[in-house]
Structure formats: C-alpha cells, structure tokens
Write a protein that binds this ligand. Structure first.
Ligand code: HEM
Length: 402
C-alpha cells in the first residue's frame, strides 16, 4: 500500500490505514518531500531494535559509510551547523552532549514547573476570551509550549522576538519562498545567538541557555557550534511537537463519546495515563529521524546494505496488535502502555517529562474551565497541517461556554 501521509483523509482517520500497513508486513515504502522515497519499519518490536541497537543502526550517516550527516552533502553551511545536533550524532559525542543537558529535563525538576505552566494555560484562555478567539491552535496549543520553552531557555526578549520570526519562516513548508527567506536569514540569527552566548559567558543569568554555556562534562564545555545546534534542537523539538499533541489530543477527546467527562473526572494519577493514551492514539510525531544501516545484514526478513536508510514508523507501531490489546480503540485507562510516541533507545525524547506535564496541565485547565467544551464544526472537515511526519491541526474552532 502506498501511504499518503499528508492526505486529509489519512490525517483525519489514520487508524484503519495503519492497521492495514501492519498487516502487509514489517516494511512500507512511501515518498515524502525533501527525502524522496523512504523505507518505513512498521512494527513495534522491530522499531525497538531499530532505535536501541546502536551496533547495527546509527543516526550519523558518516558512521555508515556516507560522507555527510543525513547523507545530504548539499546542505547550506548555516544548516550544517544546526544539523550537527543531538539527533544526528552517535555515541560518544551524543552521550557527552546528552549528559550536559539531562538534569533540567528530569522528571522531578520538570514537575516543579507545573504550577507556572498551569497559570500560563489560564492566562492564555483568559486572553482567548478577551479577544473572542475561539481557535484553540492559535490561542493556546501554539503559544503555550512556546512560552514554556522560552521560559526554560531564558533568552533576552530581543532574541526571542528574532527567533520567533526566523522559526515562523523556517516552518513554512506550505510557503516555499518564505521558507527560503528563513534559510537565507539563518546566518544572522546564528550571529545573534553567538553574541548572546558570549555575553552569558561574562555574566551568567537564570535559564537553561546560561547553564549550557557554563556546563562541563569530562572537563569540557560545549563549543559555540555545539551550543547553537543544541539551542536549535531544544527550541524546534520543544514546541511544535507539543502543539500537535495538544491539538490532535483535544480533537480526539471531543470526537469520542464520554472522553471529556473522563478527563474532567481524572485525578493527578489518572490524567498522565490519559496523556499517554493520546500520545499512542494520535502519534503527533509520526516517524523517527532516519537510521542508517552500519553493516550488511538481514533484518525483519530483508537483506539490508551498509548505508541504507530506514525510518521508524511510530504511528503504526503504536497500533501494533502484538503489543496493544484492541489497538484501534481509544482506551483512556490503558495500562500498561508502552507506546513509542517519544521514540526509544539513546535518542528517546529529552523533553518527555516536559511534554507530558504540559499536556497534563493544559487538559486540566481546558476541560475543568469549560464543562460544555465542544468542536465548532464538522470534525471531519477540519484542516490538518500537511507536513509529512507530523500530525496536528491547522486550526481547531471550539465552542467554549463555561
Ligand atoms: C508531544 C511532544 C513531543 C513529542 C511527540 C516528541 C517526540 C520525540 C521523538 C519521537 C524523538 C526521537 C526521534 C528519533 O529517535 O529519531 C524526540 C527526540 C527529542 N526531543 Fe522530543 N518530543 C516532544 C516534545 C519535546 C520537548 C518538549 C522537548 C524539549 C526540549 C523535546 C526535545 C527533544 C530532543 C532534544 C530530542 C533528541 C534527543 C536525542 O537525540 O538524544 N521534545 N522527541
């Protein structure tokens, strides 16, 4: 079956298609913009191996015989610097960078931030009411994770404003000229960040960027290029993904009978279980970044060549009947739930606790504040973003009577 990952029909109701993909076998061939034809690994157990077995699969294409990371020699210089980030490096480089960033993302540290995130969620809902905005994506799902990641990073306000603009351009895959302009301007954004790093070197401030500038592992600090790539990946991975979990999660809850009531009745133990089931059922990140085959081998019944590129199809693995009983059913009390929505192995999402906590606080604020919360319009006609590999709504019009 040839998947169309950006078709409105797939995005609105992917589950039966995913079941059919799984039934066809452990691999699926499809095409996505930028990468061209790609091979997806579909099953839960195989994806666990793909992500965990770094003796056989690597993220840095150079370790599988290619000349450049991602096997893309023609990246512009400004993008090459950003591309050398956690997600495209293998150990020991990856491990060293990960150790430098781990501490603020541990569960205990993140849970301390919950009251602030909850207050921010209410401020955004207040603003939506004041402005008469009923689109949850622009009023809540997008600004909440953005404010949270900015709060954590601790940039100067002028840096925030420039970053906002640059990233708005760069994520405009629907508007190629705007995106090209974003790429062109990337160099000046990097220069501004370098200046900020140097200033923080002289006088440290509160916030993760300042901590990273001063952090050391094995007696070594990060280089300026490493800092740039790190800030970039934290910023990009840290907000857009959560935005899509919130929009697809709320849409899912509002299209399933009784689900809203379950959220309203949930306590601090039940709500995280709901968030994990939404992660499984929605898969806001549909696939992993590429993994490269380190040496010729056989895997899942297929002969693979050194350097070959595979992607883990998280969305199908999350529907795998060998792992999940009754996988196509949304079960907000599902336990255990070993979904792979945050990946796995050494590159498992660094922001896993942050994303879970944000979603938990957001759902509590939204559903307790509006007992009559409902979609405003035909759910199947609502527009999804058309970027392969992500699943979230463009806008989510709601009726928000208190
Ligand atoms: C619902 C929200 C999120 C989802 C679904 C998500 C998903 C993922 C996935 C699937 C990966 C692994 C990709 C791969 O192996 O190829 C990943 C990695 C990563 N995520 Fe997240 N993420 C989310 C939120 C966040 C947040 C809030 C941050 C905060 C900073 C973050 C930072 C990262 C980083 C830095 C990595 C790379 C880790 C490494 O390579 O060691 N993510 N994420």
């Amino acid at each position: 079956m040839t998947l169309s990952l950006t078709s409105p029909a797939y995005l609105a109701a992917p589950h039966k298609t995913l079941a059919a993909v799984l039934a066809e076998g452990p691999y699926n061939q499809t095409k996505i913009p930028f990468f061209g034809p790609i091979t997806l690994v579909t099953r839960h157990a195989a994806i666990q191996t793909l992500l965990k077995d770094s003796d056989r699969f690597v993220v840095d294409a150079r370790n599988a015989g290619h000349k450049s990371p991602f096997a893309m020699p023609f990246l512009p210089k400004s993008l090459k610097i950003m591309a050398d980030n956690l997600l495209s490096l293998d150990d020991p480089h990856h491990q060293r960078l990960r150790r430098l960033t781990d501490a603020p993302f541990r569960r205990a540290a993140i849970l301390l931030q919950r009251p602030k995130v909850q207050a921010c969620a209410h401020e955004l809902l207040d603003r939506m009411e004041r402005e008469g905005n009923r689109d949850l994506v622009s009023g809540f799902c997008r600004p909440l994770p953005l404010r949270v990641i900015y709060g954590l990073l601790g940039f100067r306000p002028e840096t925030e404003a420039k970053l906002d603009h640059a990233l708005d351009n760069l994520s405009s895959t629907d508007a190629p000229l705007k995106m090209l302009w974003g790429l062109f301007r990337l160099g000046s954004v990097q220069e501004m960040l370098r200046e900020e790093f140097r200033a923080l070197h002289e006088s440290p401030r509160e916030g993760l960027v300042s901590e990273l500038v001063h952090a050391e592992a094995d007696g070594q600090k990060m280089t300026e290029n490493e800092l740039l790539a790190m800030v970039f990946v934290l910023f990009v991975a840290g907000h857009e993904t959560t935005t899509h979990l919130l929009s697809s999660g709320v849409w899912t809850l509002l299209t399933h009978d009784g689900a809203s009531e379950q959220v309203r009745a949930a306590d601090d133990e039940a709500r995280p279980v709901i968030v994990d089931e939404l992660m499984r059922y929605c898969s806001p990140v549909q696939m992993t970044k590429p993994r490269f085959v380190k040496q010729d081998m056989e895997f899942e019944g297929r002969a693979l060549k050194r350097g070959e590129r595979l992607f883990g199809f998280l969305a199908s693995a999350n529907m795998d009947p060998d792992e999940f009983p009754d996988p196509l059913t949304l079960d907000l009390a599902r336990r255990p739930n070993r979904h792979v929505g945050f990946g796995g192995g050494p590159h498992i999402c660094l922001g896993i606790h942050l994303a879970r906590m944000e979603a938990d606080a957001a759902l509590e604020a939204l559903f307790t504040r509006y007992p009559g919360l409902a979609l405003d319009g035909d759910p199947m006609a609502m527009k999804w973003i058309s970027r392969s590999g992500l699943r979230g709504l463009k806008c989510l019009p709601l009726r928000m009577e208190a």
